[in-house]
Design a protein around this ligand. Sequence first.
Ligand code: UD1
Ligand code: CA
Length: 451
Amino acid sequence: MKYAVIMAAGKGTRMNSSLPKVMHKICQTPMIEHILDSVKEAGAQRVISVVGYGHEIIENYLKDKCEYALQEVQLGTGHAIMQAKQLEGLKGKTLVVNGDTPCLKSETLEKIYSELDGCAMVILSAKLDDAKSYGRIVKNSEGYLEKIVEYKDASEDEKLIKEINTGIYGFDNEILFEAVKELKNDNAQKEYYITDLAAILISKGYKVKTILAKNNEEVAGINDRVELEKANKYMQKEINEKHMKNGVTIIDSNVTYIDKNAVIEKDVIIYPNVYIQGKSIIKENSVILPQSMIVNGKVGKDCVIDSSHIVDSEVKDKCTIGPYAHFRMNSVVESENRVGNFVEFKNTHFGYHSSCAHLTYLGDSDVGSRVNIGCGVVTVNYDGKNKYRTTIKDGAFVGSNSNLIAPITIGKDTVVAAGSTVNEDVEDGDMAIARSRQEIKKGYGKKYKSK
Ligand code: UD1
Ligand code: CA
Protein backbone atom coordinates (compact mmCIF):
# COMPACT_ATOMS: atom_id res chain seq x y z
CA MET A 1 0.00 0.00 0.00
CA LYS A 2 1.03 3.57 -0.64
CA TYR A 3 0.14 6.31 1.83
CA ALA A 4 0.77 10.02 2.14
CA VAL A 5 0.67 12.46 5.03
CA ILE A 6 0.34 16.18 4.35
CA MET A 7 1.43 18.35 7.28
CA ALA A 8 -0.85 21.33 7.34
CA ALA A 9 -1.56 22.22 10.95
CA GLY A 10 0.57 25.33 11.27
CA LYS A 11 -0.83 28.85 11.11
CA GLY A 12 1.90 30.18 8.90
CA THR A 13 2.66 33.22 11.04
CA ARG A 14 4.75 34.89 8.37
CA MET A 15 1.79 35.01 5.97
CA ASN A 16 0.22 37.61 8.29
CA SER A 17 -3.20 36.20 7.59
CA SER A 18 -6.20 34.77 9.40
CA LEU A 19 -6.47 32.11 6.70
CA PRO A 20 -4.40 28.95 7.35
CA LYS A 21 -1.27 29.07 5.22
CA VAL A 22 -2.08 25.99 3.16
CA MET A 23 -5.39 27.55 2.03
CA HIS A 24 -3.63 30.42 0.27
CA LYS A 25 -3.94 29.95 -3.46
CA ILE A 26 -1.47 29.36 -6.25
CA CYS A 27 -3.02 29.56 -9.72
CA GLN A 28 -6.47 29.80 -8.11
CA THR A 29 -6.12 26.57 -6.15
CA PRO A 30 -5.23 26.31 -2.44
CA MET A 31 -1.69 25.02 -1.86
CA ILE A 32 -2.92 21.95 -0.03
CA GLU A 33 -5.14 20.91 -2.93
CA HIS A 34 -2.21 21.04 -5.34
CA ILE A 35 -0.28 18.74 -3.02
CA LEU A 36 -3.23 16.44 -2.55
CA ASP A 37 -3.60 16.11 -6.33
CA SER A 38 0.12 15.40 -6.74
CA VAL A 39 0.36 12.72 -4.05
CA LYS A 40 -2.70 10.99 -5.49
CA GLU A 41 -1.27 11.18 -8.99
CA ALA A 42 1.92 9.64 -7.62
CA GLY A 43 -0.12 6.67 -6.43
CA ALA A 44 -1.03 7.38 -2.79
CA GLN A 45 -4.09 5.26 -1.96
CA ARG A 46 -4.78 6.86 1.42
CA VAL A 47 -3.93 10.46 2.21
CA ILE A 48 -4.05 11.94 5.72
CA SER A 49 -3.94 15.70 6.16
CA VAL A 50 -2.72 16.71 9.60
CA VAL A 51 -4.71 19.84 10.37
CA GLY A 52 -4.87 22.20 13.34
CA TYR A 53 -5.04 25.96 12.92
CA GLY A 54 -8.21 26.74 10.95
CA HIS A 55 -8.90 23.05 10.40
CA GLU A 56 -12.64 23.63 9.81
CA ILE A 57 -11.79 25.81 6.82
CA ILE A 58 -9.55 23.13 5.32
CA GLU A 59 -11.97 20.27 6.03
CA ASN A 60 -14.92 22.23 4.64
CA TYR A 61 -13.02 22.87 1.47
CA LEU A 62 -11.45 19.45 0.85
CA LYS A 63 -14.34 17.45 2.33
CA ASP A 64 -13.80 13.72 1.75
CA LYS A 65 -10.97 14.11 -0.74
CA CYS A 66 -8.64 12.93 2.05
CA GLU A 67 -8.68 11.74 5.66
CA TYR A 68 -7.83 14.04 8.55
CA ALA A 69 -5.85 13.91 11.78
CA LEU A 70 -6.21 16.76 14.24
CA GLN A 71 -3.12 18.28 15.83
CA GLU A 72 -4.67 20.55 18.43
CA VAL A 73 -1.46 22.22 19.53
CA GLN A 74 1.35 22.51 17.04
CA LEU A 75 4.38 21.07 18.75
CA GLY A 76 6.40 20.55 15.57
CA THR A 77 6.49 18.49 12.41
CA GLY A 78 7.46 15.32 14.33
CA HIS A 79 4.48 15.79 16.61
CA ALA A 80 2.31 16.34 13.53
CA ILE A 81 3.18 12.94 12.07
CA MET A 82 2.42 11.26 15.44
CA GLN A 83 -1.21 12.42 15.00
CA ALA A 84 -1.71 10.36 11.83
CA LYS A 85 -2.59 7.40 14.06
CA GLN A 86 -4.77 5.75 11.43
CA LEU A 87 -1.60 4.63 9.65
CA GLU A 88 0.16 3.16 12.70
CA GLY A 89 1.39 -0.40 12.21
CA LEU A 90 0.32 -0.69 8.56
CA LYS A 91 2.64 -2.21 5.97
CA GLY A 92 3.56 0.08 3.10
CA LYS A 93 5.34 3.19 1.95
CA THR A 94 4.45 6.65 3.17
CA LEU A 95 5.17 10.03 1.66
CA VAL A 96 5.36 12.86 4.17
CA VAL A 97 5.05 16.29 2.63
CA ASN A 98 4.99 19.78 4.11
CA GLY A 99 1.70 21.43 3.19
CA ASP A 100 3.47 24.56 1.98
CA THR A 101 5.29 23.09 -1.04
CA PRO A 102 2.58 23.46 -3.70
CA CYS A 103 4.65 23.24 -6.88
CA LEU A 104 5.76 19.70 -6.19
CA LYS A 105 5.26 17.40 -9.18
CA SER A 106 3.91 13.89 -9.08
CA GLU A 107 6.93 12.55 -11.01
CA THR A 108 9.18 13.63 -8.15
CA LEU A 109 6.94 11.93 -5.61
CA GLU A 110 6.79 8.74 -7.69
CA LYS A 111 10.58 8.71 -7.63
CA ILE A 112 10.57 8.91 -3.82
CA TYR A 113 8.21 5.92 -3.61
CA SER A 114 10.44 3.88 -5.90
CA GLU A 115 13.69 4.92 -4.16
CA LEU A 116 12.18 3.61 -0.90
CA ASP A 117 12.75 0.00 -1.94
CA GLY A 118 15.23 -1.31 0.63
CA CYS A 119 15.32 2.02 2.48
CA ALA A 120 13.71 3.20 5.73
CA MET A 121 13.73 6.89 4.78
CA VAL A 122 14.32 8.92 1.63
CA ILE A 123 14.84 12.68 1.93
CA LEU A 124 14.35 15.00 -1.00
CA SER A 125 17.12 17.58 -0.78
CA ALA A 126 18.08 20.58 -2.88
CA LYS A 127 21.24 22.60 -3.40
CA LEU A 128 20.71 26.33 -2.99
CA ASP A 129 23.13 29.25 -3.28
CA ASP A 130 21.11 31.02 -0.64
CA ALA A 131 20.06 28.26 1.74
CA LYS A 132 18.08 30.71 3.90
CA SER A 133 16.60 29.17 7.05
CA TYR A 134 16.05 25.71 5.59
CA GLY A 135 17.22 22.68 7.55
CA ARG A 136 20.72 21.59 6.50
CA ILE A 137 21.71 18.12 5.25
CA VAL A 138 24.80 17.13 7.23
CA LYS A 139 27.07 14.49 5.67
CA ASN A 140 30.32 13.01 7.01
CA SER A 141 33.71 13.24 5.29
CA GLU A 142 32.93 10.14 3.20
CA GLY A 143 29.72 11.75 1.96
CA TYR A 144 27.39 9.57 4.04
CA LEU A 145 24.34 11.22 5.54
CA GLU A 146 24.59 11.91 9.28
CA LYS A 147 21.61 14.03 10.18
CA ILE A 148 19.43 16.99 9.32
CA VAL A 149 20.04 20.04 11.47
CA GLU A 150 17.53 22.88 11.72
CA TYR A 151 18.86 26.34 10.95
CA LYS A 152 18.14 27.56 14.47
CA ASP A 153 20.15 24.67 15.92
CA ALA A 154 22.97 24.73 13.37
CA SER A 155 26.57 25.60 14.15
CA GLU A 156 28.28 28.31 12.09
CA ASP A 157 29.93 25.61 9.95
CA GLU A 158 26.63 23.82 9.39
CA LYS A 159 24.98 27.05 8.31
CA LEU A 160 27.46 27.16 5.40
CA ILE A 161 26.08 23.88 4.00
CA LYS A 162 24.22 24.47 0.74
CA GLU A 163 22.31 21.19 0.60
CA ILE A 164 18.97 21.65 2.34
CA ASN A 165 15.95 19.61 3.39
CA THR A 166 12.93 20.34 1.21
CA GLY A 167 10.50 18.95 3.80
CA ILE A 168 9.51 16.10 1.50
CA TYR A 169 10.23 12.55 2.59
CA GLY A 170 9.41 8.94 2.03
CA PHE A 171 9.30 6.34 4.81
CA ASP A 172 8.75 2.66 5.36
CA ASN A 173 5.44 3.11 7.17
CA GLU A 174 5.96 0.63 10.02
CA ILE A 175 9.45 1.93 10.76
CA LEU A 176 8.20 5.54 10.68
CA PHE A 177 5.57 5.02 13.36
CA GLU A 178 7.97 3.04 15.56
CA ALA A 179 10.67 5.72 15.30
CA VAL A 180 8.46 8.77 15.98
CA LYS A 181 8.05 7.50 19.54
CA GLU A 182 11.72 8.32 20.11
CA LEU A 183 11.56 11.99 19.08
CA LYS A 184 12.48 14.55 21.74
CA ASN A 185 12.03 18.31 21.83
CA ASP A 186 15.40 19.28 23.31
CA ASN A 187 16.22 21.88 20.66
CA ALA A 188 16.15 25.62 20.00
CA GLN A 189 12.40 25.69 19.22
CA LYS A 190 11.33 23.14 21.87
CA GLU A 191 9.57 21.25 19.09
CA TYR A 192 9.41 17.64 17.96
CA TYR A 193 11.21 17.67 14.61
CA ILE A 194 10.43 15.08 11.93
CA THR A 195 13.92 15.84 10.66
CA ASP A 196 15.48 14.15 13.71
CA LEU A 197 14.24 10.83 12.32
CA ALA A 198 17.18 10.77 9.91
CA ALA A 199 19.77 10.47 12.71
CA ILE A 200 17.54 8.14 14.77
CA LEU A 201 17.06 5.69 11.90
CA ILE A 202 20.76 5.79 10.92
CA SER A 203 21.75 4.99 14.52
CA LYS A 204 19.49 1.93 14.40
CA GLY A 205 21.29 0.71 11.29
CA TYR A 206 18.56 1.48 8.79
CA LYS A 207 19.34 2.73 5.33
CA VAL A 208 18.51 6.44 4.91
CA LYS A 209 19.30 8.33 1.74
CA THR A 210 18.88 11.72 0.14
CA ILE A 211 17.89 12.35 -3.44
CA LEU A 212 18.54 15.70 -5.01
CA ALA A 213 15.64 17.67 -6.48
CA LYS A 214 15.98 18.44 -10.17
CA ASN A 215 14.46 21.87 -9.88
CA ASN A 216 14.68 24.19 -6.89
CA GLU A 217 11.57 26.18 -7.74
CA GLU A 218 9.52 23.00 -7.71
CA VAL A 219 10.41 22.21 -4.11
CA ALA A 220 10.40 25.73 -2.64
CA GLY A 221 8.49 26.05 0.62
CA ILE A 222 6.17 29.02 1.02
CA ASN A 223 6.41 30.97 4.24
CA ASP A 224 5.33 34.48 3.26
CA ARG A 225 3.48 36.28 0.49
CA VAL A 226 6.62 37.17 -1.40
CA GLU A 227 7.36 33.46 -1.77
CA LEU A 228 3.68 32.89 -2.60
CA GLU A 229 3.91 35.28 -5.54
CA LYS A 230 7.13 33.64 -6.75
CA ALA A 231 5.58 30.17 -6.61
CA ASN A 232 2.49 31.44 -8.39
CA LYS A 233 4.63 32.81 -11.23
CA TYR A 234 6.60 29.59 -11.45
CA MET A 235 3.50 27.39 -11.63
CA GLN A 236 1.84 29.73 -14.13
CA LYS A 237 4.90 29.59 -16.34
CA GLU A 238 4.90 25.79 -16.19
CA ILE A 239 1.20 25.62 -17.10
CA ASN A 240 1.53 28.13 -19.93
CA GLU A 241 4.60 26.41 -21.36
CA LYS A 242 2.75 23.09 -21.39
CA HIS A 243 -0.03 24.67 -23.47
CA MET A 244 2.41 26.40 -25.82
CA LYS A 245 4.17 23.10 -26.44
CA ASN A 246 0.78 21.56 -27.23
CA GLY A 247 0.19 24.17 -29.94
CA VAL A 248 -1.49 27.08 -28.18
CA THR A 249 -0.24 30.60 -28.93
CA ILE A 250 0.09 32.73 -25.82
CA ILE A 251 1.04 36.26 -26.72
CA ASP A 252 2.43 37.22 -23.31
CA SER A 253 2.81 34.41 -20.82
CA ASN A 254 3.52 36.84 -17.98
CA VAL A 255 -0.03 38.17 -18.05
CA THR A 256 -1.98 35.05 -18.98
CA TYR A 257 -3.58 33.19 -16.10
CA ILE A 258 -4.61 29.60 -16.73
CA ASP A 259 -5.56 27.05 -14.08
CA LYS A 260 -4.00 23.63 -14.16
CA ASN A 261 -7.26 21.85 -15.00
CA ALA A 262 -8.03 23.84 -18.15
CA VAL A 263 -8.00 21.98 -21.48
CA ILE A 264 -6.94 24.09 -24.46
CA GLU A 265 -6.74 22.62 -27.96
CA LYS A 266 -4.24 23.45 -30.66
CA ASP A 267 -4.18 26.67 -32.64
CA VAL A 268 -6.02 28.56 -29.97
CA ILE A 269 -4.62 32.09 -29.58
CA ILE A 270 -4.71 33.73 -26.18
CA TYR A 271 -4.17 37.46 -25.85
CA PRO A 272 -2.86 39.20 -22.71
CA ASN A 273 -4.90 39.60 -19.55
CA VAL A 274 -6.99 36.53 -20.04
CA TYR A 275 -8.09 34.32 -17.12
CA ILE A 276 -9.06 30.72 -17.77
CA GLN A 277 -10.16 29.13 -14.54
CA GLY A 278 -11.63 25.94 -13.15
CA LYS A 279 -12.48 23.10 -15.49
CA SER A 280 -12.62 25.14 -18.67
CA ILE A 281 -12.27 23.84 -22.23
CA ILE A 282 -11.29 25.90 -25.28
CA LYS A 283 -11.49 24.07 -28.59
CA GLU A 284 -9.34 24.34 -31.72
CA ASN A 285 -8.75 27.59 -33.53
CA SER A 286 -10.56 29.89 -31.19
CA VAL A 287 -9.17 33.30 -30.32
CA ILE A 288 -9.51 34.71 -26.83
CA LEU A 289 -9.02 38.47 -26.94
CA PRO A 290 -7.84 40.60 -23.99
CA GLN A 291 -9.78 40.97 -20.74
CA SER A 292 -11.72 37.75 -21.12
CA MET A 293 -12.51 35.56 -18.14
CA ILE A 294 -13.59 31.97 -18.60
CA VAL A 295 -14.55 30.14 -15.42
CA ASN A 296 -15.73 26.54 -15.74
CA GLY A 297 -16.61 27.59 -19.27
CA LYS A 298 -16.57 25.83 -22.62
CA VAL A 299 -15.71 27.51 -25.87
CA GLY A 300 -16.17 25.63 -29.15
CA LYS A 301 -14.04 25.67 -32.31
CA ASP A 302 -13.42 28.78 -34.42
CA CYS A 303 -14.83 31.27 -31.94
CA VAL A 304 -13.70 34.79 -31.17
CA ILE A 305 -14.25 35.85 -27.57
CA ASP A 306 -13.60 39.51 -26.89
CA SER A 307 -13.46 41.03 -23.38
CA SER A 308 -16.20 38.75 -22.13
CA HIS A 309 -17.00 36.61 -19.10
CA ILE A 310 -18.14 33.02 -19.58
CA VAL A 311 -18.97 31.53 -16.20
CA ASP A 312 -20.35 27.98 -15.79
CA SER A 313 -21.59 28.31 -19.36
CA GLU A 314 -20.91 27.11 -22.88
CA VAL A 315 -20.38 28.74 -26.26
CA LYS A 316 -20.47 26.33 -29.21
CA ASP A 317 -18.54 26.47 -32.52
CA LYS A 318 -18.12 29.51 -34.77
CA CYS A 319 -19.48 32.18 -32.47
CA THR A 320 -18.38 35.78 -32.19
CA ILE A 321 -18.79 36.95 -28.64
CA GLY A 322 -18.30 40.41 -27.18
CA PRO A 323 -16.96 42.86 -26.56
CA TYR A 324 -18.43 42.80 -23.07
CA ALA A 325 -20.77 39.85 -23.00
CA HIS A 326 -21.45 37.95 -19.77
CA PHE A 327 -22.84 34.42 -19.76
CA ARG A 328 -23.55 32.76 -16.47
CA MET A 329 -25.48 30.02 -14.63
CA ASN A 330 -25.55 27.24 -17.22
CA SER A 331 -26.17 29.39 -20.25
CA VAL A 332 -25.58 27.73 -23.61
CA VAL A 333 -24.95 29.62 -26.83
CA GLU A 334 -25.41 27.31 -29.81
CA SER A 335 -23.10 27.53 -32.82
CA GLU A 336 -22.80 30.32 -35.39
CA ASN A 337 -24.06 33.05 -33.13
CA ARG A 338 -23.14 36.64 -32.75
CA VAL A 339 -23.60 37.96 -29.23
CA GLY A 340 -21.95 41.02 -27.89
CA ASN A 341 -21.66 44.60 -26.76
CA PHE A 342 -23.04 44.48 -23.25
CA VAL A 343 -25.25 41.42 -23.42
CA GLU A 344 -25.97 39.25 -20.37
CA PHE A 345 -27.38 35.73 -20.53
CA LYS A 346 -28.37 34.02 -17.31
CA ASN A 347 -29.54 30.41 -17.37
CA THR A 348 -30.44 30.92 -21.00
CA HIS A 349 -30.30 28.61 -24.00
CA PHE A 350 -29.62 30.61 -27.14
CA GLY A 351 -30.33 28.67 -30.35
CA TYR A 352 -28.37 28.08 -33.53
CA HIS A 353 -27.51 30.97 -35.84
CA SER A 354 -29.33 33.65 -33.93
CA SER A 355 -28.15 37.12 -33.10
CA CYS A 356 -28.18 39.33 -30.06
CA ALA A 357 -25.70 42.07 -30.73
CA HIS A 358 -26.29 44.91 -28.29
CA LEU A 359 -27.32 45.89 -24.77
CA THR A 360 -29.58 43.01 -23.80
CA TYR A 361 -30.52 40.89 -20.79
CA LEU A 362 -31.93 37.42 -21.36
CA GLY A 363 -32.55 35.56 -18.11
CA ASP A 364 -34.17 32.12 -17.72
CA SER A 365 -34.90 32.01 -21.44
CA ASP A 366 -35.09 29.45 -24.22
CA VAL A 367 -34.38 31.02 -27.57
CA GLY A 368 -34.78 29.07 -30.81
CA SER A 369 -32.70 29.22 -33.98
CA ARG A 370 -32.47 32.10 -36.47
CA VAL A 371 -33.94 34.47 -33.94
CA ASN A 372 -33.02 38.13 -34.00
CA ILE A 373 -32.96 39.92 -30.69
CA GLY A 374 -32.77 43.67 -31.25
CA CYS A 375 -30.83 46.18 -29.22
CA GLY A 376 -31.87 46.66 -25.62
CA VAL A 377 -34.29 43.74 -25.25
CA VAL A 378 -35.02 42.70 -21.68
CA THR A 379 -36.65 39.54 -20.43
CA VAL A 380 -38.47 40.57 -17.31
CA ASN A 381 -38.00 37.36 -15.40
CA TYR A 382 -38.44 38.39 -11.78
CA ASP A 383 -41.49 39.78 -10.01
CA GLY A 384 -39.68 40.37 -6.74
CA LYS A 385 -40.52 36.90 -5.41
CA ASN A 386 -40.27 34.33 -8.19
CA LYS A 387 -38.40 33.86 -11.45
CA TYR A 388 -40.21 32.86 -14.65
CA ARG A 389 -39.08 31.57 -18.04
CA THR A 390 -39.34 33.17 -21.44
CA THR A 391 -39.60 31.11 -24.63
CA ILE A 392 -38.76 32.66 -27.98
CA LYS A 393 -39.32 30.25 -30.86
CA ASP A 394 -37.45 29.79 -34.15
CA GLY A 395 -37.35 32.68 -36.56
CA ALA A 396 -38.81 35.29 -34.21
CA PHE A 397 -37.78 38.91 -34.65
CA VAL A 398 -37.82 40.81 -31.37
CA GLY A 399 -37.55 44.53 -32.05
CA SER A 400 -35.25 46.84 -30.15
CA ASN A 401 -36.02 47.99 -26.66
CA SER A 402 -38.77 45.44 -26.05
CA ASN A 403 -39.65 44.07 -22.63
CA LEU A 404 -40.87 40.48 -22.54
CA ILE A 405 -42.66 39.91 -19.25
CA ALA A 406 -42.28 36.27 -18.20
CA PRO A 407 -43.77 33.74 -18.12
CA ILE A 408 -44.29 34.28 -21.81
CA THR A 409 -43.95 32.53 -25.17
CA ILE A 410 -43.10 34.37 -28.37
CA GLY A 411 -44.13 32.01 -31.20
CA LYS A 412 -42.38 30.88 -34.38
CA ASP A 413 -41.77 33.46 -37.10
CA THR A 414 -43.34 36.24 -35.06
CA VAL A 415 -42.48 39.91 -34.88
CA VAL A 416 -42.43 41.97 -31.72
CA ALA A 417 -42.48 45.61 -32.69
CA ALA A 418 -39.70 47.76 -31.30
CA GLY A 419 -40.41 49.39 -27.98
CA SER A 420 -43.15 46.92 -27.03
CA THR A 421 -43.83 45.72 -23.53
CA VAL A 422 -45.31 42.29 -24.15
CA ASN A 423 -47.06 40.35 -21.40
CA GLU A 424 -49.29 38.00 -23.37
CA ASP A 425 -48.17 35.08 -25.53
CA VAL A 426 -47.69 35.74 -29.24
CA GLU A 427 -48.87 32.87 -31.44
CA ASP A 428 -46.85 31.50 -34.34
CA GLY A 429 -46.75 33.84 -37.32
CA ASP A 430 -48.31 36.84 -35.52
CA MET A 431 -47.00 40.28 -34.73
CA ALA A 432 -47.29 42.08 -31.40
CA ILE A 433 -47.23 45.82 -30.98
CA ALA A 434 -47.64 46.93 -27.42
CA ARG A 435 -46.91 50.61 -27.10
CA SER A 436 -48.96 53.80 -27.35
CA ARG A 437 -49.80 55.12 -30.74
CA GLN A 438 -47.76 58.03 -32.04
CA GLU A 439 -49.25 61.52 -32.24
CA ILE A 440 -47.94 64.32 -34.47
CA LYS A 441 -48.30 67.95 -33.40
CA LYS A 442 -47.82 69.95 -36.57
CA GLY A 443 -45.17 72.69 -36.38
CA TYR A 444 -44.57 72.22 -32.62
CA GLY A 445 -40.88 71.45 -33.07
CA LYS A 446 -40.09 74.77 -34.72
CA LYS A 447 -42.15 76.66 -32.15
CA TYR A 448 -40.29 74.99 -29.28
CA LYS A 449 -36.88 75.77 -30.78
CA SER A 450 -37.67 79.42 -31.31
CA LYS A 451 -38.63 80.00 -27.65
C1 UD1 B 1 10.66 22.50 7.79
C2 UD1 B 1 11.80 21.56 8.14
C3 UD1 B 1 13.08 22.08 7.52
C4 UD1 B 1 12.90 22.22 6.01
C5 UD1 B 1 11.68 23.08 5.68
C6 UD1 B 1 11.37 23.01 4.21
C7 UD1 B 1 11.24 20.63 10.33
C8 UD1 B 1 11.56 20.62 11.76
N1 UD1 B 1 11.97 21.46 9.58
O1 UD1 B 1 10.95 23.75 8.40
O2 UD1 B 1 14.15 21.20 7.77
O3 UD1 B 1 14.07 22.79 5.44
O4 UD1 B 1 10.52 22.59 6.37
O5 UD1 B 1 10.37 23.91 3.86
O6 UD1 B 1 10.42 19.87 9.89
N2 UD1 B 1 3.35 21.78 10.64
C9 UD1 B 1 2.38 21.06 11.30
N3 UD1 B 1 2.44 20.97 12.66
C10 UD1 B 1 3.42 21.54 13.38
C11 UD1 B 1 4.42 22.26 12.69
C12 UD1 B 1 4.37 22.35 11.33
O7 UD1 B 1 1.48 20.51 10.69
O8 UD1 B 1 3.40 21.39 14.61
C13 UD1 B 1 3.28 21.89 9.18
C14 UD1 B 1 3.10 23.31 8.72
O9 UD1 B 1 1.73 23.63 8.59
C15 UD1 B 1 3.80 23.34 7.38
C16 UD1 B 1 4.84 22.23 7.49
O10 UD1 B 1 4.47 21.44 8.60
O11 UD1 B 1 2.94 23.04 6.29
C17 UD1 B 1 6.23 22.80 7.69
O12 UD1 B 1 6.25 23.61 8.83
P1 UD1 B 1 7.12 24.94 8.90
O13 UD1 B 1 6.91 25.55 10.22
O14 UD1 B 1 6.90 25.78 7.71
O15 UD1 B 1 8.58 24.28 8.86
P2 UD1 B 1 9.92 25.00 8.47
O16 UD1 B 1 10.37 25.85 9.59
O17 UD1 B 1 9.77 25.62 7.15
CA1 CA C 1 8.11 26.01 5.70
